[in-house]
Design a protein around this ligand. Structure first.
Ligand code: ATP
Ligand code: MG
Ligand code: FE
Length: 336
């Protein structure tokens, strides 16, 4: 089964052709990062306009690179939420137009379900059930994946998402947008034990997260140093902050896997490409006898191939959407 997938929820315009949810024939990603960098973050109106400019070209290229035409496509999968409403509408509109014109079944996909499904592309043998840590720009979820497209959300962030914390700290130490990869790089030159930043514990849940206290602690540290006219070692700040984030993420995920008797853990979302998170999860999983999975960096951040993988499993379960499919900016995981 060949799926044409479209993703436009934030600042990447992407289209892909994926076979049976696992084999990627093409995965074209047009990133708008250069434009949004000028403003220090994603500007929704600009994102929508750029999606409109690029979407047709990206779809055409994806089909061409996969050496197929719309007549070879069995279904169209498209992200319909969560994300920026104006951005989502561009992908949804394009998918509906093709579905109508060519009479191809339409499958709306949850963006986070896509991030999780990126693991199915990376490791062709991975099957549910497994524990999944979703760490992206807007979400931090600890999810028990009970079956394809079936989720039990154990924990969420109470405030900032992990990626959001990376981006805000990056801005504070002058690294610019998007901050995650830049903090990752700079942290390699710093000492992760140089500064003791807080690890938030949430009293009534072992699975929830909180990163706004950590972010404030970093900002306070920087302000105090500046007030005293002391030099700031930015690499130490980056490394120590990153360690505080990855410690908490690792600890909670391992704890959840143990509690639920899971011998597999998968990472998903942009922050899953963080080298310190991968290293700390790897060490902890080895110690606990748990198998660890994570997608290649290009499959961690937004891309359409992951939507094609999730779309395939929805398609074979019988999920179909009509031409009344709409963008749902705050769509919850597991909702239709
Ligand atoms: P969501 O998926 O929640 O809607 P999004 O699509 O904007 O949000 P992703 O594309 O999954 O998020 O990931 C982008 C985020 O990942 C950004 O916050 C970015 O800083 C972060 N990120 C990317 N690479 C790294 C890295 N190496 N280390 C830490 N963070 C990273
Ligand atoms: Mg993005
Ligand atoms: Fe995303």
């Amino acid at each position: 089964i060949k799926i044409l997938a479209i993703e436009s929820s934030c600042d990447e315009t992407s289209a892909a052709v994926v076979v049976n949810g696992r084999e990627v024939l093409s995965n074209i990603i047009y990133s708008q990062i250069d434009i949004h960098t000028l403003y220090g973050g994603v500007v929704p109106e600009i994102a929508s306009r750029k999606h409109i400019e690029k979407v047709n070209q990206v779809i055409r290229t994806a089909l061409k690179e996969a050496d197929c035409t719309l007549d070879d496509v069995d279904a169209i999968a498209v992200t319909y939420g969560p994300g920026l409403v104006g951005a989502l509408l561009v992908g949804v509109g394009a998918a509906k137009a093709i579905s109508y014109a060519k009479n191809i079944p339409l499958v709306g996909v949850h963006h986070i379900e896509g991030h999780i499904a990126a693991n199915f592309i990376e490791d062709k043998t991975l099957e549910p059930p497994f524990m999944c840590l979703v760490v992206s720009g807007g979400h931090t979820h600890l999810v028990k994946v009970t079956d394809y497209g079936q989720f039990e959300i154990l924990g969420v962030t109470r405030d900032d998402a992990a990626g959001e914390a990376f981006d805000k700290v990056a801005r504070a130490i002058g690294l610019g947008y998007p901050g995650g990869p830049k903090v990752d790089k700079l942290a390699k030159e710093g000492n992760p034990d140089a500064i003791e930043f807080p690890r938030a514990k949430i009293s009534d849940s072992a699975y929830d997260f909180s990163f706004s206290g950590l972010k404030s602690a970093v900002l306070n540290y920087i302000n105090q140093k500046e007030m005293k006219n002391e030099e700031i070692n930015r690499a130490d700040v980056a490394a120590s902050f990153q360690k505080a984030v990855t410690d908490v993420l690792t600890e909670h995920t391992i704890y959840a896997a143990r509690k639920y008797g899971m011998d597999k853990i998968a990472l998903a979302g942009g922050v899953a490409s963080n080298s310190a998170l991968r290293a700390s999860m790897k060490a902890a999983c080895e110690k606990a006898g748990i198998q660890l999975y994570y997608p290649a960096p290009i499959l961690c951040t937004d891309n359409a191939a992951m939507i094609g993988a999730a779309g395939y499993y929805e398609f074979i379960k019988g999920t179909r959407h009509g031409l009344d499919l709409n963008a749902v900016p705050n769509l919850k995981l597991g909702e239709r």
